[in-house]
Ligand binder design. Structure first.
Ligand SMILES: [Cu+2]
Length: 346
């Protein structure tokens, strides 16, 4: 019955190969400079548009509305069964806002981690030029190691302070920051919506990206035999950061913030890449469409760390994106060529 309902709703919009080809998401370096500038100016526009979330004092712009929604839902959308489908629609809603509210004419780009893993500041994404998303932060006088857990630390990178150059040098993060441990304790602070302006920080960290973002790690992820294995290799186990955590940690405390990381525009290229590898993995299964068991494969609940008592995620579970977009069934966001989606990757 659910499958039939999904089938019916998915068939409403027809995603032809031609339509999909026009919506091809590319790695940042594959974009022409005018395409990069179009994306950057659209993000800057979203950062200027007034917030539609008056209940969140710290959300000052449409750009902030996305981070505020993510903060509010953090404890249900990470390290669980909702993680992949929720973020797929989140990035798509962001792309849609860039297009519809800021005149963006391209497709959401992504960050192909292994290309730049050994030298992040060489990446066209983080080289600090006008066609980057800004570069490293100022180096700190007394940089501290990052703590992953008891006895587990990682070295700091080359920055850590406010970004020094590029288009987002004046971008202000208006919400947070949140302690890393809060997510593990399952706590959303009661003052999460407070206005707390601070600069955009970055700490480019080649040690972390070399370790977690290399081609072997990505190949290993794509070799996962089932969704359980895929999620483990994506998110890591114990103090292994996995490919997902690696990308967050490799950019410093801003991206390490479980709650407020979408305040850095780089979030959407990292999560564009998460969506890209999920799509690659889904396509690696046998059969086409929903006969391919990977396409609708889910694992986990609707609560961080899948605690007992939380609800197992199913295709008919309804997920929400706050004011960013309509509620959807999880089954409506599993395919990039069905429902409201019609995009591909190259
Ligand atoms: Cu997230």
């Amino acid at each position: 019955m659910i499958a039939m309902l999904l089938q019916a709703s998915l068939c409403l919009a027809s995603c032809t190969p031609e339509k999909r080809a026009k919506n091809t998401r590319k790695e940042w370096s594959a974009l022409t400079k005018p395409e990069r500038l179009d994306y950057i100016s659209s993000v800057l526009c979203l950062q200027r548009l007034p917030s539609l979330l008056p209940s969140v004092p710290g959300s000052k712009s449409r750009f902030d509305d996305f981070a505020a929604t993510h903060i509010n839902l953090t404890l249900s959308i990470h390290l669980d069964g909702l993680f992949l489908p929720w973020h797929r629609n989140f990035v798509w809603l962001y792309e849609k806002a860039l297009r519809e509210e800021c005149g963006f004419t391209g497709s959401q780009p992504y960050w192909n981690w292994p290309l730049w893993a050994s030298n992040l500041s060489d990446s066209p994404l983080f080289d600090g030029s006008d066609t980057s998303l800004s570069g490293d932060g100022a180096s700190l006088a007394d940089p501290q190691n990052y703590t992953l857990g008891p006895g587990a630390t990682l070295p700091h990178g080359t920055g850590g302070g406010c970004v020094l150059d590029g288009p987002f040098v004046n971008h202000t993060m208006n919400l947070g920051p949140f302690e890393y441990a809060l997510a593990f304790e399952g706590i959303l602070p009661s003052n999460w919506s407070a206005y707390n302006p601070h600069c955009l920080i970055r700490d480019l960290n080649n040690y972390i990206s070399t370790r977690y973002q290399n081609q072997t790690a990505v190949d290993n992820l794509l070799d996962s035999g089932d969704i359980v294995e895929f999620q483990e290799r994506l998110n890591g186990v114990g103090t292994n950061l996995g490919v997902h955590g690696g990308g967050h940690f490799a950019l410093g405390l801003g991206l390490q913030d479980f709650f407020a990381s979408p305040l850095d525009p780089a979030f959407y290229l990292h999560h564009g890449a998460i969506d890209w590898v999920w799509w690659l993995w889904q396509n690696g299964g046998n059969g086409t469409g929903e006969e391919n068991e990977r396409v609708l494969a889910l694992n986990g609940t609707d609560r961080i760390f899948n605690p007992p008592g939380s609800d197992e995620v199913t295709l008919s579970m309804v997920a929400n994106w706050g004011i960013l977009g309509a509620e959807k069934m999880v089954g409506e966001v599993m395919r990039v060529d069905a429902g409201e989606f019609c995009y591909g990757y190259e």
